[in-house]
Design a protein around this ligand. Structure first.
Ligand SMILES: [Zn+2]
Ligand SMILES: [Zn+2]
Length: 374
């Protein structure tokens, strides 16, 4: 990263943390958690303990981190090396990210940068200038992406309540600060689960590993009554809804499924999984030693804040998570896709000097699509 960009980012992040102490707090049982942070242009520092907000704010002011993290796990000795920490339990966390949803819109806003000649472009799989295929990718998330992720979040939310019996007020949803949402289930009976049990939970939510027998099709002698029905709890009810559409069509469609045979139903279930399985990132939920971006902290991939969503439907990350000020800032921008922040549209910019609000300048610098002209 250029010296000027580094200076601007550090100054901006420091100002954010100074002005917004109210947004960033240590989580409950802070003394039992592991903290970590990264500075711009350097590696991760882990195995820290931060006991209260005062210590946290001091750390932010002294180090001006690019990213701040905290464990979902509780330990007896959070600042010792991993094998000596003595793991007790961990909050259940889910990550749903736009990159995992296979959306068409992404072709238009994943900006690619050629590693050989630095050409920046969208929509192509090789550099139009030198034909190199070694490209870095940075997505400028769009409203469609956010809308689609929210739909997955809401699906997950209701399954956590209906199928896993988690109380609504124990579930918290956060915008990740870049392209996704983190869903936390706190104070649940699942906190003691190890990685393997969490992997089973992930399979359940993603509808992985289901076979025709799961939904009533037996290789030998299937019975019509064993196929899923609308009023059944859990996946059976949801899959019935997806497979049959309406109650009146159920009988006719079961006849068709039986006539088409076992392997055809197996393929059909793959489509069902793709359509209705929850698209969480399995690794995030399974890893019980991970440190997660701390709510209220800035995400250095965007300059946006990891922010709690009180109402998922109305939450607008492009405004509600954008806290950097609007002081006019000049950058050399090379940004082939447009983007929207605080209800203003910016770009596309083709290698040009532009004077724009600081929040937009920081966003592009974080994405590697602009440099400061200081
Ligand atoms: Zn090139
Ligand atoms: Zn999109």
């Amino acid at each position: 990263m250029h010296e000027n960009d580094l200076k601007l980012l550090e100054e901006t992040f420091k100002k954010y943390y100074f002005d917004h102490f109210d947004l960033i707090h240590v989580p409950p049982r802070s003394a039992e958690r592991e903290f970590g942070y990264q500075k711009f242009n350097s590696g991760m520092i882990r195995h820290l303990t931060i006991k209260n907000d005062k210590e946290l704010h001091l750390m932010l002011m002294n180090n001006v981190p690019s990213d701040v993290y905290c464990s979902n796990a509780y330990y007896s000795f959070p600042n010792l090396p991993m094998e000596e920490k003595d793991w007790k339990e961990a909050n259940l966390i889910f990550d749903i990210d736009a990159k995992d949803l296979n959306l068409d819109c992404r072709n238009d806003h994943i900006c690619k940068k050629c590693r050989s000649c630095q050409e920046v472009f969208v929509n192509l799989s090789e550099c139009p200038n030198c034909q190199s295929k070694k490209l870095d990718q940075r997505s400028l998330t769009c409203k469609n992406c956010i809308h689609a992720v929210k739909q997955e979040v809401k699906k997950l939310f209701s399954i956590l309540i209906d199928d896993l019996g988690i109380e609504q007020n124990n579930i918290q949803v956060f915008f990740s600060g870049n392209e996704g949402f983190h869903i936390y289930a706190l104070n649940t009976q699942y906190e003691k689960l190890g990685s393997r049990e969490r992997a089973d939970l992930v399979d359940y939510l993603m509808l992985r590993g289901t076979i025709p027998e799961t939904f009533g099709f037996k290789k030998f002698k299937s019975e019509r009554s064993s196929f899923p029905d609308f009023d059944e709890k859990g996946w059976k009810g949801r899959v019935a809804e997806y497979l049959f559409g309406s109650k009146s069509k159920r009988s006719k469609l079961i006849t068709k499924i039986l006539a088409d045979g076992y392997s055809s139903f197996q393929k059909q279930l793959e489509d069902v999984k793709e359509a209705v399985g929850i698209k969480i990132d399995p690794n995030v939920t399974i890893d019980i030693h991970r440190i997660f971006r701390l709510p209220g902290s800035l995400n250095s991939k965007s300059g946006l804040t990891k922010q709690k969503c009180e109402n998922v439907d109305t939450f607008d990350p492009f405004s509600d998570a954008c806290f950097i000020d609007d002081k006019p800032t000049e950058v050399l921008a090379n940004c082939p896709s447009s983007f929207e922040l605080k209800n203003k549209k910016f770009g596309p910019f083709k290698n040009e000097k532009v004077l724009i609000p600081k929040f937009a300048a920081i966003y592009m610098i974080c994405k590697g699509l602009a440099t400061s002209t200081w």
